[in-house]
Design a protein around this ligand. Structure first.
Ligand code: ADP
Length: 339
């Protein structure tokens, strides 16, 4: 029964004799240390993990009956952090036990959370500083300056819009994280969805003399959530227009792929260098921070896209060549046309 309990634990465990040599260990420890083939029985802690700190803790438990908690960093192909507690086996110094907890993922998540808070604060500070600065200048007398006051008010207005876009994006992400949004799965006509989303970016495209072409077959239907899909397409189209120079073009195409449907948003813009490609879907990741901000970006658009697409059981990816433009693909479950 004890063996079953010990092997059922998610924490790793070993027991040593009074000399500090391993005499028993469980499955979880074997997995944690990737020691599939090697036998641990008879080995010293130093032979198993090459940590002087752990070896000393085991000897202290065996000889002096002391308990020690420590953090162990294991290097290698898959670096890991383990929290270890070493305790004596009773008062008669019969040996020691060590319990290992893998906290690598926990620490990674904590870092993600801290980075996110730092990023949010930084992003909020930029527009707030501008709004405050210009408002103070106006209060201090610039309001009477007919030639400059309107420009300052303009900046305040633009920055407050940025601020509210940022807050909207953050709220959307937090709704997704909290699984608060209920997505429906209904048949959606992709040509119509693409058309509707493109209307929203058309004024911006026309301002830059960028043509938007929609070439999605009429009978292409995805099983998706109408609002989420529109937001996905809108974000992709907005980026395509944003990162394409005047006179360029943006094209939306669609096709069936087995039981799925694939929609592609292609632009003739600046493109993205290969080294940035795997990261553009991360929160706040931008290839060119200054340029994105200048264009009104929050750095959150593509992470929202990825989250929404995944919630609809789909995939999103990008192909791009610097100087030749980018294509963002979205694959969603499809519906075969009714015959
Ligand atoms: P942003 O608000 O900065 O546009 P996104 O999450 O939408 O944030 O995109 C992340 C980054 O990916 C952008 O800052 C930009 O560098 C790059 N990117 C996104 N779409 C395109 C595109 N169509 N062409 C070139 N670069 C793009």
């Amino acid at each position: 029964m004890l063996r079953a309990v010990v092997d059922g634990m998610s924490e790793g465990l070993w027991i040593t004799d009074p000399d500090g040599r391993v005499i028993q260990y469980n499955n979880a420890l074997k997995e944690m240390l990737y020691t599939a083939g090697t036998e641990l029985v008879g080995k010293t802690p130093l032979q198993v993990l090459r940590s002087q700190e752990l070896a000393s803790a085991v000897l202290r438990a065996c000889r002096e009956g002391q308990t020690t908690k420590l953090e162990l960093n294991i290097e290698g192909v898959r670096p890991r952090t383990l929290n270890v507690q070493v305790t004596p086996l009773g008062r008669d110094l019969l040996g020691s036990a060590a319990v290992f907890q893998d906290v690598t993922e926990l620490q990674r998540l904590e870092k993600v959370r801290k980075d996110f808070v730092a990023n949010v604060s930084h992003e909020l500070r930029t527009p707030i500083t501008a709004i405050r600065g210009y408002a103070e200048t106006l209060k201090a007398g610039a309001l009477a300056d007919q030639s400059n006051a309107p420009k300052m008010v303009d900046i305040i207005h633009r920055q407050s819009e940025r601020l509210s876009e940022l807050v909207e994006d953050l709220l959307e992400l937090s709704r997704i994280d909290a699984k608060q949004i209920q997505l429906s799965k209904v048949p959606i006509d992709l040509a119509e969805a693409a058309q509707r989303s493109s209307e929203a970016v058309r004024p911006k495209a026309e301002g830059k003399n960028i043509a938007i072409e929609i070439k999605v077959p009429d009978d292409l239907t995805a099983i998706a959530d109408a609002r989420a899909l529109e937001q996905v397409l809108l974000n992709l189209l907005d980026n395509a227009v944003k990162y394409t120079g005047p006179g360029g073009s943006v094209k939306v195409t669609g096709k069936r792929r087995g039981n799925d449907v694939e929609i592609a948003v292609r632009d003739t813009g600046a493109g993205i260098e290969p080294r940035h490609l795997p990261r553009v879907f991360e929160r706040f990741y931008r290839v060119d921070k200054g340029r994105s901000r200048e264009l009104g970006g929050t750095g959150l658009g593509l992470s929202i896209v990825k989250n929404l697409v995944n919630l609809m059981q789909g995939e999103v990816w990008v192909e791009s060549m610097p100087g030749e433009g980018s294509t963002f693909f979205v694959e969603l479950p499809g519906e075969l046309p009714a015959k």
